[in-house]
Structures are given as C-alpha cells and as structure tokens.
Design a protein around this ligand. Structure first.
Ligand code: ATP
Ligand code: PRP
Ligand code: MG
Length: 409
C-alpha cells in the first residue's frame, strides 16, 4: 500500500496519520516471449529475469507469505535506485569497490554482479526499496537516509549497515517565504508563536514527507498545522498560495533561493546521505546474507576510507632510519595510519653503494595535504610524490562489529 495525497488535501495531525504501512508481496508481470530472440549476455540476463519471475510465481502459487519468500529463494537481493539522482551514483560507488553491476539496458530491472555470484540486483524506486526490505522481497539496499526514515518509520527490521556512502548529501528542512508576514521570522520558535495560526486557520505545510512532517511538528509542540503533498516542485507552493511553508530536501539551497524561500533555525528535521540498508530478518535468517553484507561492507569501507587520503612519498637525508623517524614524528600531520614507513634509498657513488637518503611513505588526509608537504619540507623532506590511494583494508571494519552486536551475534 502506498499513500498518495493530492496537493491541498489535509492530513490529520494525529497518530493514525503516521501509523506504519507495510506492503505485501508484489509480483512482476511475465516478460513477453518475443523478447527471447537475443544472444550472449542479454540472453543470460533474460534467463535470470525469467528464473526470478518463475521463482516468484512459484512462491505465490504455493500461497507465499513474507516468511515463505524469505526461505523460498536462494539468491541475496540487493535493491538499487532505478532512476533519479541516486541511480548513477550507486552504480559508480559499487564500481569503485570493484563490484560491476551488469545491466544490459536501463529498462531492465534485474542485473547481476559477477563478483557476488549469489546476489541479484533489482532496480527499484528508492521508496520501494525500503518497502521491499520490510516485506522481505529485498535483503539489502542503497537509499537515502531520508527515505529510510520516511518509509521505514522506525521499523526495527531495518538496519543501517553503512550510514555514510558519501553521495546524495542533503537535509530535510522546513522553509518559509522571505517576504510578507514571514519577513522577520528566523526560527521555528518564532514561526510557532505567530498569532496567525489557529485551529480554523492552521499553518499549511506542503511536503512529500507525510510521516516525518507531522512527527516533527508534533515533537516541536506545533499544534495548529496541516499538511498537503505533491510529487515535486514543492517550492512553488507558497507563491501559488497553496501553502505557508514547505518541508523538503535541501542540498545547495539554490531551489529555495530561486523561489524566495528561506530555512529557519531549528527547522532541520534530518541530515541525509546515501546508506547501505539491510533487513534484519534477512541477515539473521537467509543463508549467505551475512557473508555477502560483510564482503560489500569491507569493499565499501576500504574504498571510502581511501577516498579521503593521499599516499605521500618523500626522500629525507639522514644517518639511520630511527633518526629520520624521530624527525618525522616531531610533525603532527606526518604519522600516517600507523606511523611512517621508512626505508633506505641505496645510491651508487664512486662505484660504491651507500645510504644517504631514506624514503618515507605516509597516508595523509586530502584536506591536510599542503600542510603535510610543508611539514615534510620543514624536517628536510625533498622530492615529494603524491598519489591517490585506492583502498585501505583495515584488520577489521568497525561497522562490521557494530552490525554483529546490533544483530546480537
Ligand atoms: N538536491 C539533492 N541533492 C542531493 N541529494 C538529494 C537531493 N534531492 C534528493 N536527494 C537524495 O536523493 C534521493 C533520491 O531523490 P530523487 O529526486 O532522485 O528521487 P525521488 O524524488 O525520491 O523520486 P522521484 O523524483 O521519482 O519522486 C532522495 O531520497 C535524497 O536522499
Ligand atoms: O538545494 P538544491 O540543491 O537546490 O536541491 C533541492 C531540490 O532538489 C530536490 O528536488 P529534485 O531536483 O529531485 O526535483 P523534484 O522536485 O522533482 O523532486 C528537492 O526536492 C529540492 O527541490
Ligand atoms: Mg526528487
């Protein structure tokens, strides 16, 4: 079941309007038989689609329930956004982790990742990814934290495995016009105290977040408020006279600015970015799911950790490695991940091999690059080479132990 409310309709400001809605098992229609006259990869993918559909149909013929769907298939299912701004970024992130999603064409909603042979990728709208994680039709997914909160509604079956995938950064925020009666209003408190809002004439808020919106207002003690919704371009609602305020995602702030709207102090509902989400039930009950999530998590962490760092190599004149290490250690930005690696540089002079220089290798945060180069120079470093880091595999990923403890394992 999905909730869709036309713009200008009023959502009751009561707990019933924010009660959970968990969808039931859904089916895809069979592909037409004419689509099978193709070769190679396309044929493999079509076979996969056909087999997935046939498995799903069998489950339904057998009177499938959520628990049947959990045990009735062997493949782990990963949901990725099928369209919108998160779609390409999700594929790019997986590619950066050496997980290559093989999708024959953008209209095909199932794909495979050869590096994870027990895993199917299903492309879905972000909100449907969350719904299907809850219904047991997906096991893992990549979506924004905003969508997890809005459609997950605090359901404990949803587990955030990685909460910061480094794309889709935005925040959900209340915004009001910067003109008219709102000209001098700067905070949620001031907005709430405006005499205009009464039971007969409440504050009208347009939002696509019909669960989080009322919840936020209730938590902030704002009584006289109603909500309307639309599928996009909400920023137009105040100027059209449809709403007094909007509750929508903000990233650069350009859309608000261009529509003469402003954010207010205390008006941020949540911060969001892309996250890896899993179904608790799938991780604890589906064979292979935990191993798959471990591998995906390790790859993600290794890539994301390395993404913020450079490898820096420099030569330093010195008498021995310890003496060079002492000098390097005097500089705060040069300790690297576990301390600098220092190795002798063998030079040939007058036919004899001697050691006059030592090569030091460190990882430095991208933000601290120039500072680190200055510190290296200050202790006698020369010939500084900087290269990108691709992966940092730690002994254990911290999020993995967090996940295990969250699962009670
Ligand atoms: N301006 C933005 N900048 C960065 N991330 C954003 C922005 N707007 C939305 N997002 C993130 O991207 C996700 C997907 O947004 P997108 O607009 O692509 O799809 P949608 O609005 O959920 O779907 P549809 O456009 O079909 O209604 C959001 O849930 C949010 O996490
Ligand atoms: O702060 P900004 O960088 O300007 O981004 C914010 C806008 O981005 C999203 O809209 P989107 O582009 O997805 O269009 P939509 O209204 O169709 O969802 C969001 O709903 C805001 O309107
Ligand atoms: Mg959008």
């Amino acid at each position: 079941m999905s909730i869709s409310i036309p713009l200008n309709t009023t959502l009751q400001y009561s707990s019933s309007s924010i009660s959970s809605h968990v969808p039931s098992l859904s089916l895809f229609s069979p592909i037409p038989s004419t689509a099978v006259s193709v070769t190679g990869v396309r044929q493999r993918c079509l076979r996969m689609v056909t087999s997935c559909i046939s498995n799903a149909q069998k489950s339904v013929q057998n009177g499938a329930t959520d628990s049947v769907s959990l045990v009735g298939r062997k493949q782990i299912r990963l949901g990725l956004p099928s369209k919108g701004r998160m779609a390409a970024d999700s594929l790019d992130l997986l590619k950066d982790c050496q997980l290559f999603v093989k999708q024959v064409n953008p209209r095909q909603y199932v794909a495979e990742i050869p590096q994870l042979p027990n895993t199917e990728v299903w492309f879905q709208r972000p909100k449907d990814i969350v719904r299907k994680l809850l219904s047991g039709d997906l096991d893992l997914g990549i979506v924004g934290l905003d969508i997890v909160s809005e459609f997950g509604q605090g359901n404990e079956d949803l587990i955030i495995v990685h909460e910061a995938l480094n794309f889709g950064d935005c925040h959900l925020s209340l915004a009001i016009p910067n003109y008219g009666i709102f000209e001098n209003i700067k905070s949620l408190k001031e907005l709430a105290q405006m005499p205009q809002w009464t039971e007969e004439r409440p504050l009208r808020v347009a939002t696509g977040f019909s669960y989080l919106g009322p919840k936020f207002m209730k938590e902030n003690g704002i009584k006289h408020v109603t909500f309307s919704t639309a599928d996009g371009a909400l920023e137009a609602a105040p100027a059209m006279g449809i709403a007094d305020a909007i509750l929508d995602l903000v990233s650069s702030g350009t859309t608000l600015k261009e529509n003469n709207l402003k954010e207010i102090e205390g008006g941020i509902v949540l911060e969001s970015q892309a996250a890896l989400v899993a179904s608790r039930r799938a991780l604890t009950e589906r064979k292979g799911a935990l191993e798959t999530v471990h591998e995906i998590l390790e790859r993600l962490e290794a890539h994301l950790k390395a993404d913020g760092q450079f490898t820096v190599v420099a030569n330093m004149r010195g008498t021995d490695a310890e003496e060079v290490a002492e000098r390097v250690k005097t500089q705060p930005s040069l300790s690297g991940l576990q301390g600098p690696t220092i190795s002798p540089v063998y030079c040939k002079r007058d036919g004899k091999v001697s050691i006059e220089y030592y090569a030091i290798v460190i990882c430095v945060p991208k933000k601290a690059l120039y500072e680190s180069v200055q510190q290296l120079r200050a202790v006698g470093g020369s010939g500084v080479l900087v290269s990108p880091l691709t992966y940092i595999f730690d002994e254990e990923t911290p999020r993995w132990s967090q996940l295990l403890s969250n699962l009670g394992l």
